[in-house]
Design a protein around this ligand. Structure first.
Ligand code: ATP
Ligand code: MG
Length: 339
């Protein structure tokens, strides 16, 4: 019994202008091949590379459901492009929908929603032009970052500012380099965690919490997840999973993460970044399309600690998506046996 599943992945050179593109292309390809191997044991898998012909190729493929690994082709709402197309074509898919991906990609919008729903997030101000007057309710130090980037782009030691003059200088520098807006938030000097979520509603599985420890990272690159730390100081960055925290803190992190996932409208899978100061968790962002490279990405690492093999992790992600959309899926097809 099987489904016909479209495995959608990005082709090379989608973001050729970025230096990091080549490395991430290879990672994405490896991930796709691993997932292909796993899913093809129980289902019929059609690999589909995402490009401008994706719509036509999807229709031709006749797939029942899509396992999407693509971050879209280009543009500010790129992660929503594949979900939008699939929604238009009426094809169910694994993972978050159009709105949740768009919100997750724009940290400022995500924080407005968190704030509205009382999900704890650092106090913040959004700068569109640099002409805005500073909100003096914010307490220094602050961190300024591009609202719509990821992978540590625009995050350096000097992103942390200590007075209004330093802040406005940094805001204007970022506005000149990246698409607006610039997000400014109170800098939480505490511990950093990332949390994997699989599932929906009350049936979510929160994977063991992973702590990122910057103790051994040299002071000059910043003792937080700067671009430099992410890329050049991996060996000095320590990861603890499960995080060595008490059960009360664990519970409050899990509750905040689960609420953050729900209020943004995420589906099936996400990874949520959390800072903790004085036992208070603060949600800083949600990655709605988290990396799934075996043994390398955070989510598969957390799964190992939960005693979920990589195969079980992938199957579970597919299963929760199937369960959520079972009414929209055809009956399982009988497997054709060639005698
Ligand atoms: N308000 C804050 N207080 C303290 N540290 C922060 C704050 N915001 C961001 N950071 C630090 O900067 C890092 C990068 O920030 P953020 O997650 O917003 O950027 P990113 O580029 O989207 O990262 P990712 O690689 O997760 O996509 C965080 O992991 C954290 O170490
Ligand atoms: Mg982050």
């Amino acid at each position: 019994m099987y489904y016909k599943i479209g495995l959608l992945f990005d082709g090379p050179n989608m973001e050729i202008s970025k230096v990091e593109a080549k490395y991430s292309d290879q990672q994405k390809k490896d991930t796709m091949e691993q997932i292909y191997k796993i899913l093809s044991k129980n289902h019929k898998i059609v690999k589909i590379q995402v490009d401008e012909k994706i719509s036509e190729n999807l229709v031709k493929s006749g797939v029942d459901i899509v396992f999407n690994l693509s971050t879209g082709v280009r543009g500010e709402s790129r992660q929503s492009q594949i979900p939008a197309l699939l929604e238009m074509l009426g094809i169910p898919y694994v993972g978050s929908g159009i709105l949740a991906h768009s919100l997750a990609l724009n940290k400022a919008m995500a924080k407005e929603i968190f704030q509205y729903h009382g999900v704890p997030t650092p106090a913040f101000q959004v700068f569109q032009t640099g002409e805005e007057s500073f909100d003096t309710k914010l307490t220094f130090p602050l961190i300024a970052k591009p609202a719509c980037e990821g992978s540590g782009f625009g995050i350096h030691k000097d992103s942390v500012v200590y007075d209004e003059q330093g802040l406005m200088k940094k805001v204007n520098e970022l506005l000149g380099k990246y698409e607006p807006p610039v997000l400014v938030e109170e800098f939480i000097e505490g511990r950093e965690f990332t949390v994997g979520v699989i599932g929906n509603g009350k049936n979510k599985r929160i994977l063991p919490i992973l702590e990122i420890d910057f103790e051994d990272v040299p002071e000059e690159v910043g003792k937080f997840y700067t671009f430099e730390v992410k890329n050049d100081f991996g060996d000095q960055t320590k990861y603890h999973c499960p995080a060595p925290i008490g059960s009360a803190l664990e519970k409050s992190i899990m509750e905040s993460v689960s609420r953050a996932f729900d209020v943004l409208g995420c589906k099936d899978i996400a990874r949520v970044d959390v800072l903790v100061k004085n036992d208070q968790p603060y949600i800083i962002e949600i990655n709605s399309l988290p990396g799934l490279k075996p043994l390398h990405s955070d989510l598969p690492k957390m799964a190992v600690v939960a005693e979920l093999s990589y195969k079980e992790l992938i199957m579970e992600i597919l299963d929760v998506a199937i369960e959520r959309q079972i009414d929209r899926l055809p009956e399982f097809k009988p497997k054709v046996i060639n005698l």
